[in-house]
Design a protein around this ligand. Structure first.
Ligand code: GLN
Length: 482
């Protein structure tokens, strides 16, 4: 049996039945990673020794029949903008090529406490800015469904490592869609929970008021399991508040019960989305998804959310306004790459940053600095904050009479790696994923059945702290397609 084909929950029940050990499973993953020989360019840092030591420890717990956490023995990959103690953390940037954090992120702490086995750190767009992993200093990851295509981004390495069966679960971050879009491109489930559900201590910030850690799984139940392990308030991150609505158990084996969650749900479908010029396959699958909900007894309500037409522009102003100051610490003195030749501090900062950052990061620092400048802040940044409020007001109104919003995760199928995509074209592709980050809402992508080797992701978004409702509906949706 190829153990890497199993889902996280199947691994756990296999351990409990003594069908195989954590060490055996971890070794199968290590073999697969080696066998792939970087075919998909997923892992930036990978530690066989640490993974095996962790696996042996968990096996001992199983032998001694000790009480264990919910991830007992599940091999996990972690996006490289999340600190794992004494393991290189690059954020896929030359700037942090040699950075080794000597502290653990809360995410790492929780995974270890729950007895998960960390395999290593995976590729991403540089500092999480991008939608393909093509901005990574280490080169793009490849989509295991078709290696000529991008896996999506920024958490593209997370999605690719899971789709390539190089881990059983993966951790990502989502600022404007970076978990959901790669999940969609690689045929996986990706969940961004409500803002503040998971502590960001030890996570490199991109845009603090948008960033949220989340989970990738082969199915809804697996992704939910990882979220439950990571959820919780931490004193080290004042914006983390925990999230009770993630702490529930379901009978994942009862398909009829799962499908019954859809009955009577009110589902909002924004009119603007129905009128968009989408990839024909995406449109077709979106219509199918709407039909599935309807057939199972959900009410589909076409709604007008006028402010949705401004989300891409507003997001890019606000996010760049947060990116520019966040990137200021990478100057070769406090953090990051330092140039070899300089004759003054000023020159050192300048050259270190010029050498350390890639084009997309520089572009965003420049735009962010510009729109925050005294002269322009009023016209751009403060105006965008007002629009963010307007979006929130309009979406909150929709959630007064609707449980969920339904749309495709991405307007396109994964593009070819060698296709040139202009920055503006790339920014526009985030239109479905951004609204959730704007208002801190939970949102997830669920794959439609594969056709011609590819799958289209359908996105469900609920109101803040209604993660339970969203996950249950997603489970019902997933099971009604089996
Ligand atoms: N693609 C989006 C961007 O480039 C989202 C990034 C993210 O969620 N980290 O901004």
């Amino acid at each position: 049996m190829d153990l890497t084909k199993l889902k996280a929950r199947e691994l756990i029940s296999g351990y409990e039945n003594r069908d195989f050990t954590v060490e055996e499973v971890t070794k199968s993953y290590i073999e697969k990673i080696k066998d792939h020989n970087n075919k998909y360019n997923t892992y930036i840092t990978f530690s066989e020794e640490k993974a095996l030591n962790a696996a042996k420890k968990v096996d001992k717990h199983y032998q001694d029949r000790e009480e264990m956490g919910i991830l007992s023995g599940v091999p996990i990959s972690i996006k490289d903008n999340i600190a794992v103690k004494d393991m290189r953390m690059t954020c896929a940037s030359k700037m942090l090529e040699d950075f080794i954090p000597h502290y653990e992120s809360t995410v790492e702490k929780k995974i270890r406490k729950n007895c998960g086995v960390i395999l290593g750190k995976v590729n991403m767009d540089e500092f999480a800015m991008g939608a393909s992993t093509k901005t990574s200093y280490f080169g793009p990851s490849k989509n295991p469904l078709n290696p000529d295509l991008v896996p999506g981004g920024s958490s593209g390495g997370s999605a690719a490592s899971l789709a390539a069966e190089e881990c059983a679960l993966s951790v990502g971050t989502d600022t404007g869609g970076s978990i959901r879009q790669p999940a969609s491109f690689c045929g996986l489930v990706g969940i961004k929970p409500t803002y503040g559900s998971i502590s960001r201590f030890g996570v490199a910030s991109m845009a603090n008021t948008f960033d949220q850690v989340g989970a990738f799984g082969k199915d809804v139940a697996d992704a939910h399991l990882l979220l439950k392990a990571m959820e919780g308030r931490s004193k080290k991150d004042a914006t983390s508040v925990g999230n009770k609505s993630l702490r529930f158990d379901l009978d994942y084996d009862n398909d009829d019960e799962a499908i019954s969650y859809l009955n009577g749900l009110n589902i909002a479908v924004p009119k603007m989305y129905l009128d968009l010029d989408l990839d024909p396959r995406v449109k077709e699958e979106y219509e199918k998804a709407i039909e599935i909900f309807e057939k199972s007894g959900a009410n589909i309500n076409v709604v007008e959310i006028d402010a949705l037409k401004y989300v891409v522009q507003t997001y890019n102003i606000l996010v760049n306004g947060e990116i520019a100051p966040n990137m200021a610490r990478f100057d070769g003195l406090r953090y990051g790459h330092r140039t070899d030749n300089y004759s003054s501090y000023k020159e050192m900062f300048k050259k270190s940053r010029a050498e350390g950052f890639g084009t997309e990061v520089k572009r965003r620092i420049m735009i962010g600095t510009h729109i925050l400048s005294l002269e322009y802040a009023k016209d751009y940044y403060y105006k965008a904050l007002e629009v963010r409020n307007m979006i929130k007001t309009q979406m909150d109104k929709v959630y007064e009479s609707n449980d969920l919003m339904l749309c495709p995760t991405s307007p396109i199928l994964p593009p070819r790696i060698d296709k040139e995509v202009s920055p503006v074209e790339m920014y526009k592709q985030d239109l479905f994923t951004i609204p959730a980050n704007m208002i801190g809402a939970p949102s997830m992508s669920v794959p439609m059945p594969k056709k011609d080797g590819l799958s289209v992701g359908i996105e469900l978004t609920a109101n803040r702290f209604k993660d339970d409702l969203m996950i249950k509906a997603a489970l019902g949706f997933e099971r009604s397609m089996r």
